[in-house]
Design a protein around this ligand. Structure first.
Ligand code: ADP
Ligand code: MG
Length: 240
């Protein structure tokens, strides 16, 4: 195994609540892994710990051999970690291409890359539209293009298809998988759409109440009784 990421005893506490509770695992480079778990399991908090939006109370994150546990967000982006948020984070007053230009500029990348990024995410024909004029799915695609602008080696996607129609969901996940292959990118994503999780991830991590309760192939996870009990009565998992 060639781990690009090594998480050890990572813990984040809010008041008395362990939102992320002693999570440890390695992630192999150039793989696609899904992180799943019921609402409130700690997935977004965990992503924020990796992206640098918040600081861990305990534990460490080693990225590509470097301890990034205490690095601020902008330094993590420079180190090669890209991310999108569960709530799309774009500049509403700007057009699609201006948003992508801003992201390229912030990453010190040539702004001539705008149109190739827009074409990767399928937004070439929306380039001059302002964000509020777009569908929610297209806003998420703008966010993806912005995350890709810095040419991350490791991409974190927190519910990249939230709020999208089923058809658009598969499309964006397929795009991400394609780009990941082309760019030798490692991807960790959270997703409620179990078709996307079981169809595209080669490994699935399951969180519940802050803890990592299962880790394995889609087949392992599908058959795991603990996972089944956590999702008991949950429609999403029952047709996985
Ligand atoms: P998920 O993304 O799996 O739905 P979250 O990471 O958003 O879960 O939340 C995990 C737990 O931490 C929840 O109980 C949530 O209410 C709590 N939490 C998340 N962020 C904060 C915060 N900034 N302050 C206090 N509690 C928080
Ligand atoms: Mg979340």
């Amino acid at each position: 195994m060639n781990p690009i990421l090594r998480v050890t005893h990572l813990t984040k506490t809010f008041g008395g609540l362990n939102a992320v509770d002693d999570v440890s695992f390695d992630l192999e480079a150039e793989t696609i892994t899904a992180l799943i778990g019921p609402n409130g399991a700690g997935k977004s908090t965990f992503f924020n710990l990796l992206g640098g939006g918040i600081t861990a109370n305990n534990g460490s994150v080693i990225f590509d051999g470097v301890d990034i546990t205490k690095l601020p967000q902008h330094k993590r982006i420079r180190a090669g970690i890209g991310r999108t948020f569960q709530i799309a984070a774009t500049f509403a007053s700007m057009t699609v291409s201006e948003n992508v230009r801003t992201a390229l500029h912030a990453a010190n990348k040539p702004t001539s890359d705008i149109y190739s990024l827009l074409s990767i995410v399928g937004l070439t024909d929306q380039a001059d539209r302002r964000i509020p004029e777009l569908s929610y799915g297209d806003v998420k695609c703008v966010e993806l293009a912005m995350a890709l602008a810095a040419r991350p080696r490791f991409l974190l996607l927190d519910e990249p298809t939230a709020g999208m129609a089923a058809s658009a969901r598969t499309e964006i996940i397929e795009r991400v998988v394609q780009i990941a292959k082309e760019r030798q990118m490692t991807v960790l994503f959270t997703e409620h759409d179990m078709d996307a999780v079981f169809g595209y991830a080669s490994r699935i991590l399951v969180m519940d109440q802050g803890r990592l309760i299962a880790d394995g192939t889609p087949e392992d996870i599908r058959q795991n009784p603990l996972v089944q009990s956590v999702y008991l009565g949950d429609e999403d998992m029952s047709h996985a």
